[in-house]
Design a protein around this ligand. Sequence first.
Ligand SMILES: *[C@@H]1O[C@H](CO)[C@@H](O)[C@H](O)[C@H]1NC(C)=O
Ligand SMILES: *[C@@H]1O[C@H](CO)[C@@H](O)[C@H](O)[C@H]1NC(C)=O
Ligand SMILES: *[C@@H]1O[C@H](CO)[C@@H](O)[C@H](O)[C@H]1NC(C)=O
Ligand SMILES: *[C@@H]1O[C@H](CO)[C@@H](O)[C@H](O)[C@H]1NC(C)=O
Ligand SMILES: [Ca+2]
Length: 288
Amino acid sequence: MRYKFLKPSNRVIPFNSHQIQQLSIISLLAIFVSIAFLITSQNKKLVYNPNDYIILRKLERNFESSRHTQGLHFINSTHLVESCGQYQNSEIHYINLNQLTTISQRVILDDLYQGQGVDVIDGQVYQLTWKERMIFLRDVETLEVLENRKLNIDVQESLGISHSYKENNTLEIYITNGTDKVLILDSELVLKQIIQVRFYNGSSVGRLSEIEYVNGILYASTNLNPIILAIDLTEGYVKNYYDFSQLIDFSFDKDLSNCICGIAYKPEQDIFWITGKDWPFFWEVELN
Ligand SMILES: *[C@@H]1O[C@H](CO)[C@@H](O)[C@H](O)[C@H]1NC(C)=O
Ligand SMILES: *[C@@H]1O[C@H](CO)[C@@H](O)[C@H](O)[C@H]1NC(C)=O
Ligand SMILES: *[C@@H]1O[C@H](CO)[C@@H](O)[C@H](O)[C@H]1NC(C)=O
Ligand SMILES: *[C@@H]1O[C@H](CO)[C@@H](O)[C@H](O)[C@H]1NC(C)=O
Ligand SMILES: [Ca+2]
């Protein structure tokens, strides 16, 4: 067999020594920049920035209802739904954003129940109860109970609720049970997965409480400090946390109020409304 050899090109690459020198400097620079980038991107993952938020507004709230906020969520662009709880003093109601001092559609819970987290899933309001393992499914217009659903999983408490849809449109319901874990349930409330949440240094996050899932991140409060954690559920790590200690000075009872028990995301403006037990204000904040 004969091989056919191709004639090498006559063209000479037109670089002189000066240009080659320039090229090597550029390559060295590029390597240096990539290494620097690698180092900073890794550091970024490991360093938290608790003050990376902006307080936009302070809004005075209504005090006629229970002040014991346990869950908060936006129903639509003009209304929040709030679940408040203590035994014999639990309720759920709407708050109109244009009339913050007026609450509406107030529904009082039976004395046997303490209201906890609240979310809207597939057009229905889901309200958790604390130790009763009962979820009230409510009409989104009237807040009247449509269905009682028992939480048939091994929990002593249920505190916060939120949800998302995975790529194949599968509903995932998130529930916190007063531990450092997030329980993932399916639409039938069957437990699918338990995610243990950690800081990057391995420390526990304490008792996770109110939650709100937004664009791939689970925002959660803890009972230890007035902070909001931004959790990556796929890794189970806290990506960042936001320290709102400065807001505690504004509350009526500094011990009781040490938790941000109301976290609601307002998609129209990409902002959050936050409040706590016995807080006289809602705070409109931007988390970066
Ligand atoms: C928002 O929800 C409340 C309570 O169901 C309702 O009264 C109000 O009309 C709704 N507003 C909009 C803009 O849909
Ligand atoms: C929290 O939930 C997990 C999973 O169901 C369970 O193993 C654990 O005992 C629960 N803890 C509490 C305090 O409810
Ligand atoms: C959808 O994806 C989830 C995991 O992301 C999987 O557990 C589930 O079985 C899938 N469901 C369907 C109907 O494909
Ligand atoms: C781990 O990191 C968290 C968040 O920065 C911090 O509060 C905690 O004290 C750290 N724990 C240890 C043992 O350093
Ligand atoms: Ca919420």
